[in-house]
Design a protein. Structure first.
Length: 363
């Protein structure tokens, strides 16, 4: 096996620790060519589509990549901002805030963000960290609920990169945090702040990304973890069972996916007399196409068309201070035993603290 040319080891530099915040990904721009590249990588992952490779290759390259990129590009254009992709913007922001919060707590760690599909790729970020003599890396997926289609795919990418590296860093992976107290508190705080400003609706819909139902029967814990997140959040908010629903969105193809589906549920609520509904997406830590376009545009239209009057979309956690603190708590607990304090350079720590204060003041 041919190994990559690795940076020459320097005995004059202390080993370093890094955290990589991994999100799903985004196209580089809202154009058909960019979407074609992105979808080819995303839908070409056997973790995402579990159809026999030869059959799926023909469908993907013969049909989907010929028709879907232009339609997807139009959807991305509807949510694109001056900062580019919302998902990339928020993930970048979270990584910088996390570095600042950990610096405030006395940790000297490098924090980077990476995308499972698209740029910056996990491999490119790992290359950068290795070149900087990073020897300990904590992988923090942006997926609170574990699924083979998401979290496991991040581990696959790291493993694939590792195949060509001789001197590997020490890796740790955070598999899930669907019931982490800080994460649940941050979600509840986000909802309460929305209610304070806009009032509480008659019903709360918690929409999670969908996966094929067969994954549940094959042992994937995703469905159960979504249910637990929803139940814990409802308890924090003091909601009774009849006041909220847990649903699943983003169905793709003709197979049966986890139910109930989000949009049909919203239509049902409207037709049974619910006039004001609050909708949030707890499984997404950053706003993205699935939340801003699929939910806040398409699902909103379906609810209103069915007779609903007030559709209130509640933002994802994004840069909420309680969420960044929860991320810092998660990182601290999983870095236990790593000398992140002893290696700290006082000047670097002071810079991290200053950045945390500046970012906090800007929120």
């Amino acid at each position: 096996m041919a190994f990559k040319q690795e940076p020459t080891f320097s005995h004059g530099h202390a080993p370093r620790t890094a955290i990589v915040l991994c999100n799903l990904g985004t196209p580089d721009e809202p154009t058909a060519p960019a979407l074609r590249r992105y979808l080819a990588e995303f839908l070409g992952d056997p973790r995402v589509v579990e159809i026999p490779r030869p059959v799926w290759w023909l469908i993907l390259h013969g049909i989907i990549l010929r028709t879907r990129p232009a339609k997807s590009a139009a959807k991305y254009k509807s949510i694109w901002t001056e900062n580019g992709s919302p998902l990339k913007h928020w993930t970048d922001t979270q990584s910088k805030l996390l570095a600042g919060y950990l610096g405030e707590r006395g940790h000297h760690v490098t924090v980077r963000y990476a995308m499972r599909y698209g740029n910056p790729s996990i491999a490119s970020v790992l290359d950068e960290l290795k070149a900087k003599n990073v020897t300990r890396i904590l992988l923090l997926p942006a997926y609170p609920q574990y699924s083979g289609t998401t979290t496991a795919s991040v581990i696959d990418a790291v493993s694939h990169w590792s195949l060509k590296i001789r001197s590997l860093p020490e890796f740790r992976f955070i598999n899930h945090y669907h019931d982490h107290p800080g994460y649940i508190r941050a979600l509840a705080k986000r909802v309460r702040e929305h209610w304070t400003r806009y009032g509480q609706g008659e019903h709360v819909v918690m929409s999670f990304h969908g996966v094929p139902e067969r994954t549940l029967h094959l042992g994937d814990p995703y469905h159960c973890e979504c249910q637990k997140t929803g139940r814990l959040l409802a308890e924090q908010l003091g909601l009774k069972k009849e006041q909220y629903s847990i649903t699943f969105q983003s169905r793709f193809g003709k197979a049966k996916w986890l139910e109930p589906y989000t949009e049909p549920k919203l239509v049902e609520l409207a037709r049974t007399g619910v006039k004001k509904v609050d909708v949030l997406c707890p499984g997404f830590t950053s706003d993205c196409l699935e939340t801003l376009e699929e939910i806040n545009m398409e699902a909103r239209e379906a609810f209103v068309h069915a007779g609903g009057q007030d559709f209130q979309y509640i933002d994802c956690l994004n840069d909420h201070p309680d969420w960044i603190r929860a991320m810092a708590d998660l990182a601290e607990s999983h870095m236990s035993g790593w000398p992140t304090r002893e290696q700290a350079d006082p000047q670097v720590l002071e810079m991290s603290k200053a950045r945390a204060r500046a970012l906090g003041a800007a929120q």
